[in-house]
Ligand binder design. Structure first.
Ligand code: SF4
Length: 94
């Protein structure tokens, strides 16, 4: 995305937008790459954070489990020996 496109979407001035871009680059979220567009030099904002692939998590039983609010590393006995998780991991119906 060109930085000018982002500024328009955010409704900020080019000066404010440029500062935002510099901050995002310093934090490692994007890389600002020099680009030529519409007869002028500008910056293209390239995301450095890749979208997470959640496909392996599809079907995990926890979000719909009644024990989810209390289940955790210190809880007993659900997450230490959870049949639903075992079935899901092994590819069963879960
Ligand atoms: S680990 Fe098992 S018991 Fe705990 S929330 Fe997930 S499905 Fe429910």
């Amino acid at each position: 995305m060109l930085q000018s496109e982002l500024w328009h979407k955010l409704g900020v001035t080019s000066r404010e937008g440029s500062r935002i871009g510099i901050k995002l680059e310093k934090k490692g979220y994007i890389k600002r790459v020099k680009a030529f567009s519409n007869d002028r030099w500008t910056r293209r904002l390239v995301p450095l954070i890749k979208p997470m692939n959640i496909k392996p998590l599809l079907g995990v039983p926890c979000p719909s489990c009644v024990y989810d609010p209390v289940c955790g590393p210190k809880s007993e006995p659900h997450n230490r020996h959870c049949v639903l998780i075992e079935e899901w991991l092994l590819g069963g119906e879960g």
